[in-house]
Design a protein around this ligand. Structure first.
Ligand SMILES: Nc1ncnc2c1ncn2[C@@H]1O[C@H](COP(=O)(O)OP(=O)(O)O)[C@@H](O)[C@H]1O
Ligand SMILES: [Mg+2]
Length: 577
């Protein structure tokens, strides 16, 4: 028997169920499969006639043919309200700490908890009064959340214009208490709470327009800001083989990038990696506030006990949370590590659906899904004139570091900056291991274009000369080529490389990058009067060391200035200038 909102399992294939239904079922609708006393969350991924194919977000052990499925009529959604910051959720927005409290270390299946605490009271200040006309996304009021003002928006799903009928007095309210009521001219009424739900696969569109991302987002990583910049509201990817430093780089960016909110979508590559993130990330120091970074972050992570389908939910949940904070006029940064795991989940599901596979078995729509994810980034002008942004950076981990594979290729078609991490550089401990010859960016650098092009040409020629030297040896190289080679090595070791774990060198602000780069340019342009390779090598080794020491000194301190005098003197002695 099939009743109104129910269906019946007719097929089980790994994490995919085929369910027969009688009524009306929509794509992406959430349903629960009944397994004894447990209900397992699923999402409809394809509807054909009276059959729905659904992905289950849990292990399907224990499910049987003929068992019931309850449809909910709701799309996969997240809860949006004060209290999201500092939280660690899984892809379905279960709060992981509460889940662990509830079920112990081994997460029990079929347990779904409220994402946010509904008992906590928030200090609400209304911004509206009865009679005010509002549309979706208008601010109803605000509460303090951490160091930010968290604006409560009129439901993003509201259609047309509404008139406010009542507003709560300033005071403390939970996220489920009514703080306003509204009516429209069709005679409908609405009760507004601080909590609203939003379907993760649909972008929030309560804004006026999308602007072109043209301003460099300072990450304080020199190779990025100067050579391969990211823009506020832009997109970038960091593909690289296993162990090349993608995760370390993402942490450095999240710690030092000039954004308000950081959202991490962690789909671990190794089983222990997510545990590491949970152990380390919350303790990363926030240079901006002196507190910990987690105070202005949200982590979405997949526990290893969750099946691949949950990885898909994670990236959508993460970007929806970013959109929510963008609506408050904040700059958000979403880092996904790694999007390859998400693509693999798509491949697995597509295989089960027996779709015609594209390249390497990935679904033919891989590109369009990746594109529509990155398209949710942007710089947005809101209806109230404020601007908010979402910058998205995705790590990609192609097998063997081969960038020709479909996920990397699909990603680099849509992103604005490509920061390719190289095995070779990682092995040589040249961190961050972003390859200076393979990477590119469409966004503006903080350094004049001509100077960067000049530096890049030295790097390119230095690389050619180094390869040539491998064949003909140093003796077969002219002194002028040898100097170019040493100049390229110099810029690599003092500017492109940066010690992530040093308090000073780990973060170079815009002013310092500009200042130091001027000095680097001076050396690249210098005409040295060396006759012998030995003295040239010695000079560059000493200059390099002085420069690295300089990088470790706080900007514009007495020590910094003193060392600069020594550097200038050294350059002067060896040039004809
Ligand atoms: N910037 C860095 N400075 C020093 N060591 C690094 C740096 N980046 C990576 N490493 C080293 O490489 C290891 C692997 O880095 P990780 O970011 O986990 O790689 P991936 O995420 O690409 O697999 C780290 O544990 C660390 O030892
Ligand atoms: Mg990693």
């Amino acid at each position: 028997m099939i009743d109104n909102n129910r269906g019946r399992i007719v097929g089980i294939n790994g994490n995919m169920l085929t369910v027969e239904f009688d009524t009306f079922v929509t794509q992406n609708e959430v349903a629960y499969a009944i397994a004894g006393d447990k209900k397992l969350k699923c999402e409809v991924i394809r509807v054909r006639g009276n059959n729905a194919d659904m992905q289950v977000y849990e292990s399907t052990n224990g499910l049987k043919i003929g068992e019931a499925v309850e449809f909910t009529d709701e799309l996969l959604s997240v809860d949006l309200a004060p209290g999201l910051l500092k939280m660690v959720f899984d892809g379905l927005q279960n709060p992981l700490d509460k889940l662990a409290e509830h079920s112990g270390f081994f997460l029990e299946k079929g347990v779904y908890l409220k994402p946010l605490d509904e008992k906590v009271k928030w200090d609400f200040t209304p911004l509206l009064k009865p009679g005010d006309k509002v549309i979706a996304g208008d601010y109803v009021g605000h509460v303090p959340e951490g160091v930010y003002t968290h604006y409560i928006s009129f439901p993003f799903a509201a259609l047309g214009t509404w008139e406010i009928t009542t507003v709560a007095k300033p005071g403390k309210y939970t996220i489920i208490e009514t703080i306003a009521t509204a009516k429209n001219d069709k005679g409908e009424t609405k009760e507004i709470t601080m909590l609203q739900k939003w379907p993760v696969k649909v972008p929030i569109t309560s804004y006026k327009e999308k602007l072109l991302p043209e301003k460099t987002l300072i990450t304080q990583q020199r190779i990025i800001d100067s050579f391969f910049p990211v823009a506020t509201g832009g997109t970038f990817c960091t593909p690289g083989p296993f162990g090349a430093g993608k995760t370390v780089l993402q942490h450095a960016i999240s710690q030092h990038a000039q954004v308000d909110i950081v959202i991490i979508a962690a789909c671990g590559e190794r089983a222990g990696e997510v545990v590491e993130i949970l152990r380390e990330f919350p303790h990363l120091e926030d240079p901006k506030t002196g507190k910990t970074l987690i105070e202005r972050s949200i982590i979405i992570c997949n526990t290893s006990s969750m099946p691949v389908a949950a990885r898909e939910a994670s990236v959508y949940t993460a970007v929806t949370l970013a959109e929510y904070y963008r609506q408050m006029g904040l700059n958000t940064l979403l880092l996904a590590d790694s999007t390859s795991r998400w693509a693999q989940a798509m491949r697995e599901m597509s295989g089960r659906l027996e779709e015609i596979p594209g390249e390497e078995g990935f679904p033919a729509y891989l590109e369009s899904l990746i594109a529509s994810f990155y398209e949710r980034a942007g710089l947005f002008k809101l209806n109230n004139g404020k601007t908010g942004s979402i910058t998205i950076g995705g790590a990609v981990s192609p097998a063997g570091g081969n960038f020709e594979e479909p996920v990397t290729q699909a990603t680099l078609k849509v992103v604005g900056a490509f920061l390719g991490l190289s095995r070779e550089r990682a092995d040589a401990r040249r961190y961050p291991s972003i390859h200076p010859l393979d990477s590119w960016s469409h966004y503006p650098s903080i350094i004049p274009k001509k100077q960067i092009e000049n530096a890049q040409s030295v790097l390119r020629r230095g690389n050619e000369i180094s390869q040539m030297m491998n064949v003909v040896g140093e003796e077969g190289t002219t002194i002028s080529d040898f100097i170019i080679y040493l100049k390229s090595e110099f810029i690599d070791s003092v500017y492109l490389q940066q010690n992530t774990f040093d308090k000073v060198d780990g973060a170079t602000d815009e002013e310092r990058q500009k200042y130091v780069f001027e000095k680097v340019v001076k050396i690249l342009d210098a005409k040295f009067k060396f006759q012998k390779k030995e003295e040239t090598r010695k000079f560059f080794a000493e200059l390099r060391q002085l420069f690295i020491d300089w990088n470790y000194l706080k900007f514009n301190t007495e020590d910094f200035k003193a060392l600069e005098v020594s550097i200038d003197k050294k350059i002067k002695e060896s040039t004809n200038a």
